[in-house]
Design a protein around this ligand. Structure first.
Ligand code: NAP
Length: 233
């Protein structure tokens, strides 16, 4: 039987239900934070998180759904509620993954440093926090809000295709800011959210590009479908 406190915590997690208590027993742990717009989530995102977790021996990965992404101002996005729903569907069968509504529920522009401050305050020092990014996000990292503060709160795991090496100048710049960057290679899955949205808009299939549950969500909600268009099934 679950205690009342446990039931309350599970229904109102501070970060996410599965990993809220990590580190509370004083044991060292390593959490990955997979930040993204996830408009929609696809197998590229999932593989990126899985490869980072394996390579770095992470105990879990929190998918952090950006509410109003800083670098996507003025772009039309699916609602945060839809993007959260799809992330939950995409990740629910992996015990290493959970989804956080922390950023999606925060008002104003989403800055990763604000999230990192909340996470660092929530988890004890025995929990290492690594923000997982792809190669494109890594290039923009020096321009993120309060980058030196962010660097002091989390380290960075950059997942990219085999053979890819970030520009030496970029790595030197990140080091000067204070970022610790670990490089992880992952097989290239040439899938992007924009490609999924485009295919859905054109009534084409996205099966095997997104988890079946996400495909079914897109079909049942009509998300991204051109007005007057038909589902691809
Ligand atoms: P996204 O498009 O949903 O992508 C999320 C992550 O998945 C990215 O790091 C991306 O790598 C990676 N990814 C996408 N497709 C992939 C594939 N096929 N294989 C492997 N990896 C893949 O999210 P986003 O809009 O880039 O945002 C990323 C995070 O950066 C968010 O948490 C956002 O809040 C944060 N951010 C913060 C600031 C700030 O605080 N000022 C500014 C910008 C972004 P790529 O980088 O290679 O696309």
């Amino acid at each position: 039987m679950r205690s009342l406190e446990e039931k309350r915590r599970l229904s109102h997690p501070a970060i996410c239900a599965r990993f809220d208590d990590v580190g509370r027993d004083g044991a060292s742990a390593h959490l990955g934070i997979m930040g993204g717009t996830f408009d929609p989530p696809h197998f590229g995102h999932l593989a990126c998180a899985e490869m980072a977790a394996e390579a770095c021996g992470m105990d879990g990965v929190v998918f952090m759904v950006a509410g109003d992404p800083a670098f996507k101002q003025g772009q039309e996005l699916a609602s945060a509620a839809d993007r959260l729903n799809m992330c939950r569907l995409a990740t629910f069968d992996n015990p290493l993954f959970d989804v956080s509504a922390l950023e999606a529920e925060r008002s104003g522009i989403t800055y990763t440093v604000d999230t990192a401050r909340v996470l660092r305050a929530h988890y004890p020092a025995c929990v290492r926090l690594s923000f997982i990014v792809g190669a494109d996000a890594l290039m923009t990292l020096p321009d993120w809000k309060d980058a030196p503060d962010l660097a002091s709160l989390v380290d960075i795991v950059c997942v990219s295709r085999p053979g890819y090496l970030p520009d030496a100048e970029l790595l030197a710049r990140l080091e000067r800011i204070g970022f610790a960057v670990e490089l992880v290679t992952s097989p290239l899955l040439d899938i992007s959210s924009s490609m999924i949205r485009q295919r859905v808009r054109e009534g084409r299939t996205v099966r095997y590009l997104v988890p079946l549950s996400v495909d079914e969500y897109l079909i049942s909600t009509g998300l991204y479908r051109a007005k007057g268009g038909t589902a691809h099934d």
